[in-house]
Write a protein that binds this ligand. Sequence first.
Ligand code: FAD
Length: 501
Amino acid sequence: MTKVPSVIHWFRLDLRIHDNLALRNAINEAENRKHHLRPVYFIEPDIKHKVGVNRLRFLVQSLQDLDANLKKLNIRLYIIRGNAVEELPKLFDKWQVKYLTSQVDIDPIYVKQDEVIDDIAEKKDIFIVRRVQHTVYDVHSVLKKNNNSVPMTYQKFLSLVQDVQVKDCIEITKQISDHCNPKDKDSKQYDVPSLNDLELDESALEPLKYPGGETEGLRRLNMYMARRQWVCKFEKPNSSPNSLEPSTTVLSPYISHGCLSAKLFYHKLKEALNGMPHSEPPVSLLGQLMWREFYYTAGAGTENFDKMVGNSVCTQIPWGTNEEHLKAWAEGRTGYPFVDAIMRQLKQEGWIHHLARHMVACFLTRGDLWISWEQGAKVFEDYLLDYDWSLNAGNWMWLSASAFFYKFFRVYSPVAFGKKTDKEGLYIKKYVPELKKYPTAFIYEPWKAPKSVQAAAGCIIGQDYPKRIVDHDKVHKDNLQKMSAAYKLNKERKALKRPLT
Ligand code: FAD
């Protein structure tokens, strides 16, 4: 008896059934040709050393949910332990693969994987289909429209996409025929691993505040879209970085993992705004989604987008190194309660508000510590549930005034900024409990509290909570001068490179 050939859908950053055109292509191909359908996801054995613990938990939950949703369509998910580039070619032979689908991802890890797999597939006569479905627009078409150069401003980006018709989302609702299921359909070998299988002790962990999965992503989206007035009035600068419950949607972890389609979010927003007075980009909710498209376009069009050197859009700044300061920042021990509260929330919950990200990113780089944005981006990569290659790098460049934003003289104060939206410091008291008995007058500047007040609050500065690692009032002025000098030097270098006319 001849072996039945297979069709593979390769899940990466598209952990969903809804609006997954590449998956639908795979289903149709399997049905039409009576082939087996095997949707796969690769987990590297050392993943726990590569992905922060909260993001790994989010990923495992998303895979469990994906498998459950696939099962409703009479399909299962095949988890393959190993590296995609090594394992896929083995599966090509083992399963007699004829057709492979996946989504277009611009993160260089996936781009490199695609290049290797394309070569192998061509030799084996395997047909590959890739679909743009992680962004609203096809960012490569946007670049083409801009003569293959990166639009350096948000407004320019908007002008490039204003006439582009966004396609409708697609749905997959019909169960697949039994003949598309291989005999190994029920093999435990391919099950989604538990955290214990990945050598993480689940019992020692608090439940995730934002659990992973398509089901939760869609629930969250629908919950916010039902609040039509809120959506229409949304203005990012008016949302609070230090409210005790999030003042923005927290859809980012779901969009980043592809549990939620950015295109579905786009269409739902358009529906909610239709016929109502509403805020506009860049501050509106639709405007936020467009920031994502902007950074994706910039990331797709720039070599070494996540590095300073060799990155054509990034200003070269002679950042310093200071391991102790970097560690104190990452662990929330800078002695500035607002900064520390944000970093501790990030580490515990995996998500912080956009303006909180502004605060800590500015503090690490041009504001206070004069440490490279690349170092900060690595810490964020470890802690963020919503880590995304292009958004992380693009926003870090913005905050460090290395690209897209150049008003480096506008520095966030680690004392005054948080007070605007939380005078009493309730957010600080939640995430820096050492200070919970501090009087409001000293909650942002505990080093100013007299010794008697410190003792009465049960927290002596320098003993129970760190002294400030730098004096903001002094260092930010020194840093302004360094930024000014770096900008001047970059300008001179650029002028020298300009061809003589
Ligand atoms: P909402 O305000 O509800 O916005 C809705 C969606 O729009 C978000 O889910 C997100 O997909 C998109 N969005 C919002 N703001 C931005 C923005 N500034 N840039 C790009 N897309 C945006 N976002 C990530 O998803 N992954 C990252 O790795 C990431 N790293 C960042 C690093 C720094 C230093 C900074 C300053 C920002 C970073 N952001 C990142 C952008 C932004 O902070 C988050 O997308 C946003 O806070 C997520 O919360 P939300 O879903 O409630 O956003």
